[in-house]
Write a protein that binds this ligand. Structure first.
Ligand SMILES: Nc1ncnc2c1ncn2[C@@H]1O[C@H](COP(=O)(O)OP(=O)(O)OP(=O)(O)O)[C@@H](O)[C@H]1O
Length: 450
């Protein structure tokens, strides 16, 4: 297919109609299929951006069963293809069923070239926009902070800090609510360091009972306690030459805080029941959702240990404070899970986007991941609706009362929301806001948005 013309698939068994369409749509590279099997072959081979599908296909040319089954399989093979279904004059019911299955639009016979060509033009435009969105998203994923999706200025600053400190051996403390991506950032610190080919060992200090945590961290010699039948090395020693990630460090019992402090100062460990010291070379990254300053005041966390582990502190903002991220992440997870589940879903309804933007996200990105995964599995229509999300609507906090400030803030928020909804596509965001593209560029630079 060397032509630069856009590829369009026509699934139509009537030779006369095939000819008519071919004649009136000369501007496209037309692929033609007369039945389900050849339609699916063309889809597999060319994955055309747009397809026209007559629902009346053999062996059911007067009904729609074969057409609807073909539609489902086409969309499962190529979820990005915009399928325009063609129905009989009186057949609204099947048109609606086809849209419910994920068809982009429908067109009722008799054949009117101008009308069809308008619908096709719109379908190509939407397909191009979606491609552009995917490309933008892919660029995010190719950034040095692989796997981290964000457009929020605070979060981008966090990424830059991580990139900067990763190559050093400084002990890093990651502070953030549960599900904000602490472990993900700890892994980035490892992957961007010179230790990347060594082990990354994570241990959750809150998940292991106090009496087992000590041997888990420091290991033990044979006979150190009843049941210690052989020498076992602990997580710290196991991470030698690599990175040790101590998650939920705020939950480390006082008795072990002293022992960990000694290790951090002297870089040697002693296994339980052991007599000698073992030198260990690890980069330590800690994380917690606890307020360590309060714990220090209450005598539950050693101040000297706090200073040891916080050579560099990184504050990770909660998702509700990240501008544009909720909708961006929702789109990214929708793409990921619809692909995993083999479902052809066409984005979110307006109400669903409003709920995503206003929800408080107490469980942060993990909650978002779970909510979208569940919605992808449960959604009955071709779009995710607010009901599919199963979330309740929360009101925002109080706003400032200085009029100019209120206007600026409202304008800035609208720009951020539009960019999030449009998944970073400037043309689409400008359309949503009802301004020209240059105006939007001005607003973006005035408010220092990226
Ligand atoms: N910015 C992001 N982009 C993409 N995925 C993310 C992002 N932040 C977090 N995630 C994903 O969200 C989930 C939760 O992240 P992670 O486990 O790193 O959070 P956490 O802060 O360590 O949570 P906890 O404190 O409960 O252990 C993971 O599946 C992670 O991959």
């Amino acid at each position: 297919m060397s032509s630069t013309k856009k590829t369009l698939l026509l699934v139509e068994d009537d030779i006369g109609l095939q000819k008519q369409v071919r004649w009136s749509l000369e501007g496209y590279e037309l692929l033609v299929a007369g039945d389900r099997e050849s339609a699916l072959n063309q889809i597999r081979r060319f994955e055309p951006p747009v397809a026209i599908l007559d629902l009346g296909l053999p062996p059911d040319p007067d009904g729609a069963s074969e057409g609807l089954a073909t539609l489902e399989q086409m969309l499962a093979l190529a979820p990005g293809t915009k399928v325009i279904v063609v129905t009989g004059n009186q057949d609204r019911e099947n048109a609606v069923r086809a849209i419910g299955l994920g068809a982009y639009d429908f067109y009722q016979k008799p054949f009117e070239p101008e009308m069809l060509s308008l619908i096709i033009g719109r379908a190509f435009r939407l397909h191009d926009l979606e491609q552009e969105n995917r490309r933008l998203l892919a660029n995010h994923q190719e950034s040095p902070m692989q796997g981290i999706i964000s457009v929020d200025p605070q979060m981008l600053k966090v990424c830059r800090t991580v990139e900067k400190v990763a190559p050093s051996d400084a002990t890093v403390l990651l502070l953030g609510e549960s599900g904000t991506g602490k472990e993900l950032l700890a892994r980035s610190l490892h992957d961007l360091s010179t230790r990347l080919n060594q082990k990354f060992v994570a241990i959750n200090c809150a998940a292991i009972p106090e009496n087992l945590l000590e041997s888990e961290l420091f290991g033990y010699e044979k006979g150190a306690f009843t049941g210690a039948t052989k020498q076992t090395i602990g997580k710290i020693e196991y991470a030698n030459s690599g990175t040790l990630f101590l998650d939920e460090i705020g939950d480390l019992p006082m008795s072990l805080q002293a022992k960990l402090l000694r290790f951090l100062q002297e870089r040697v460990i002693e296994r339980l029941g052991g007599r000698g010291e073992v030198p260990v070379d690890v980069r330590v990254v800690c994380a917690t959702h606890q307020k360590l300053h309060e714990q220090i005041k209450d005598g539950r966390f050693r101040e000297d240990l706090f200073y040891r582990i916080s050579e560099i502190t990184v504050n990770i903002p909660p998702l509700r404070d990240r501008e544009g991220d909720p909708t961006l992440l929702a789109h990214a997870f929708l793409d990921k899970f619809s692909q995993q589940q083999g479902r052809a879903l066409r984005g979110f309804s307006q109400d669903a986007l409003t709920v995503i933007e206003s929800h408080n996200w107490p469980g942060n990105v993990r909650e978002m991941e779970n909510v979208i995964k569940r919605a992808v599995i449960m959604a009955e229509g071709s779009q995710i609706s607010d009901a599919d999300l199963g979330l309740t609507h929360f009101e925002g906090e109080s706003e400032p009362i200085n009029l100019r400030q209120v206007r600026d803030e409202a304008e800035r928020k609208a720009v951020v929301r539009a960019m999030g909804r449009a998944n970073g596509n400037v043309a689409q965001a400008a359309e949503l806001l009802g301004v020209s593209r240059p105006t939007l560029y001005d607003l973006v630079s005035r408010y220092g948005l990226k």
